[in-house]
Design a protein around this ligand. Sequence first.
Ligand code: ATR
Length: 271
Amino acid sequence: MINAKTQLCCIIGNPVEHSLSPQMHNAAFAQTKSDFCFMAFKIINLARAIESLKMFNCRCIVVTIPYKQEVIKYIDKVDETAKKIGAVNCIINNNGYLTGTNTDCYGALQSLEEQTKLKNKKVAILGAGGAARAIIYGLKLKKANVFLFNRTLSNAKKLAEEFNLTRPYSLNEQINLKNMDIIINATSVGMEPNQDQSPVAEENIHQDQLVFDIVYTPHKTQLLKIAKARGAKIVYGYKMVLYGGIKIFELTTNKQAPISIMDKTLLKNLN
Ligand code: ATR
């Protein structure tokens, strides 16, 4: 039960109303009898929000759109992973000292590694935004061969140069996806309210592939429906939220995360 010693944790962003982090973390805190509570705050002034949360001794601040880059200038330390990715999505407060990390990368890698090894696999990333960056960084660490596909080629070229990738493809050249072992959608295509769209045409997916969609609303995206129908293995987007959340829980509490209750809570709130 919330009491006078309970420490605050939160997610900040704008919009933030769709977040499932409060349900997932509060269920985990209850299960492990950890004296924390988790709230969501829609904010418009990031500097003042961070200052206030520090004043209230908030233990963990999860950061979402559009503040993952900007928040870097308001914290004391950025760890190596977040530095390389260029974005912070989780801040841990140790007696007023704020350390930023990035758990998106860990979340994506764990989701994939549950199903397959990544070393030497040919992996297509669709998208060249923040989510794509985090995943590419992780895949390179795992020694996968990464190929970029994006609607706007100039955006993909910048990213490809930075991460030393081969020439990126336009999404119109997606016939090349047939040669890939793993396809990851890191664009927003297929997200509600455009749930009828898929970034990949049916004929470019086959049964020897693994398809991961980081879009998790809806739970069963059009891309994943097509992939399943074509006989491919699939990974649901909510897994990235789950594994990222597990890391956040562990950094916050220094306890092992209760994975099963976090998984069930997410699924219950998605369905
Ligand atoms: P995030 O931080 O979630 O990755 P982002 O940085 O805005 O979000 O990146 C969104 C990605 O989705 C981009 O790669 C974008 O492609 P462009 O570089 O061409 O803008 C991609 N995207 C968004 N809407 C799209 C659409 N309708 N069709 C194809 N790609 C789309």
